[in-house]
Design a protein around this ligand. Structure first.
Ligand code: PHE
Length: 449
């Protein structure tokens, strides 16, 4: 025992042994470093570098990213649906919280029972027995309520050890929401009604069906709430979420509510939409367990919450066949998405796996054009026409006024790629040369190089 301790506290000795003999060295446990902080490893540690490489990518905040477009659509819907008396948005948006949370935040704060399946080591990524990567954005609910926020959206990356197939990936994104409604708002037209039953006791665990598999459909209300309060809050929750689904998928979308079980809401529901001839679950929701509000110091309100996954919505909306595509940095993928386009204009087209190759065209504009009135769209159309299918993307990379020459200059980058083979430099040169000629003819420009 003592010897072992000596070895552990003196790693230099260990190294000597390692080089001078064939004996297996005792491993000194380096701490796990995540986002520049050190975490002591223990028997729960299962976070590996590959998953860490997805952290801090923030693709849900990245311009032109389909997940970011969906995020904005959801935020817009909430901004429009709930406004304060002064006309400003009621919901705060929190989208920059670190995904490293305590087990307390991810589970205990949400009344998730000690034996619940979701706590299994095989289901989440643990830094050690105290810290993990959040498995849902609901992990921040109690803290944000405690901090004084009462209506908010939490947006971020979440991590689960899942199988990897075309619809599952260990990292995905969620928007979670909390709304609390005070009695005077909930019953604005019925001052005689109450949120709480007389003499209620909040902590009546017995009535909650804590099924360890989380499968039980418990539709009943919490004993502390009046039926009127629950029904009104439930109605508001369902109305705004059906509104969201219609906002995303159009008025004709077929949907249904099914009863569900979450340890932190009761009653709980899931919303399913009819897609590709089957019902697909898109979100979980429910009336917040009053214990959570009580712990936050909120006593005169009823609350609802929901959590929605972004990848599934984006895959349906834009016909994206594989969840891994969201991590693509390929401009052939990203250039297909732009907030200014309609959903119909953003239907996914397969990206070639062959090499991209780019060449620039830069030119002086004739006096007939300014930087602002040069017909950029006609330019793009011309490039498409002359370059055909080889042109994957065209983007403006520079525009300036040369004060000495008194001339305007524009520079575009054309990205070439074939769908079925690698292009040769010569081949691209020929097409690029044709494009240059056409541009000169059409817009009377002077090429700079
Ligand atoms: N956190 C749940 C999940 O990830 C979703 C949820 C959020 C359900 C809030 C109810 C209320 O599946």
């Amino acid at each position: 025992m003592i010897l072992r301790r000596v070895f552990i506290v003196n790693p230099a000795l260990l190294k000597c042994r390692y080089f001078s003999s064939t004996a297996k060295p005792l491993k000194v446990q380096e701490p796990l470093i995540v986002n520049n902080a050190k975490y002591k490893r223990d028997d729960w540690t299962n976070l590996k570098p590959r998953i860490q490489s997805y952290m801090n990518r923030n693709i849900y905040l990245q311009d032109h990213h389909p997940l970011s477009i969906i995020r904005k659509k959801i935020v817009d819907h909430f901004y429009k649906s709930f406004v304060t008396n002064r006309g400003s948005p009621l919901f705060s948006v929190v989208d920059n919280l670190s995904p490293i949370v305590t087990l307390e935040q991810n589970f205990d704060s949400l009344l998730i029972p000690a034996n619940h399946v979701s706590r299994k080591k095989t289901d989440s990524f643990y830094l050690n027995r105290n810290f993990m990567l959040r498995a849902h954005c609901t992990a921040h609910q109690l803290d944000l309520l405690k901090s004084g926020l009462d209506n908010f959206l939490v947006i971020g990356d979440v991590y689960r050890r899942d199988e990897i197939d075309s619809t599952h990936f260990p990292v995905f994104h969620q928007v979670d929401a909390v709304r609390t409604i005070r009695r005077d708002k909930l019953f604005a037209n019925h001052e005689d009604l109450e949120i709480f039953e007389p003499n209620y006791v909040t902590n009546s665990e017995s009535i909650i069906t804590n099924d360890a598999n989380g499968k039980v459909a418990e539709a009943g209300k919490q004993p502390c709430h009046t039926l009127e309060a629950v029904k009104l809050a439930e109605h508001e929750l369902k109305t705004v979420l059906v509104g969201l689904v219609k906002h995303l998928f159009g008025d004709k979308i077929k949907y249904r509510w099914v009863d569900a079980y979450f340890p932190f809401t009761q009653p709980s529901f899931e919303l399913e939409i009819w897609y590709n001839n089957q019902w697909l679950e898109v979100l979980g929701a429910g009336i917040i367990r009053n214990e959570i509000l009580e712990k936050s110091g909120i006593s005169n309100s009823i609350g609802w919450a929901f959590g929605i996954g972004l990848e599934r919505l984006a895959m349906i909306l834009y016909n994206i066949p594989d969840i891994r595509l969201f991590w693509s940095t390929d401009s052939g993928f990203l250039s297909q998405f732009d907030e200014s386009r309609t959903t119909a204009e953003m239907q996914y087209k397969p990206v070639s796996k062959y090499n991209q190759c780019y060449m620039d065209v830069s030119f002086w504009l004739p006096d007939t054009y300014t930087l602002d009135n040069f017909p950029v769209n006609s330019f793009y159309a011309l490039v498409r026409e002359a370059g055909g299918d080889l042109v994957e993307q065209v983007k403006i990379i520079d525009r300036f006024f040369h004060s000495k020459e008194k001339k305007n200059s524009l520079c575009f980058r054309i990205i070439y790629r074939h769908m079925e083979r690698d292009l040769t430099k010569d081949e691209v040169n020929v097409v690029h040369g044709q494009i240059r000629d056409e541009v000169k003819k059409e817009f009377n420009v002077t090429h700079r190089i």
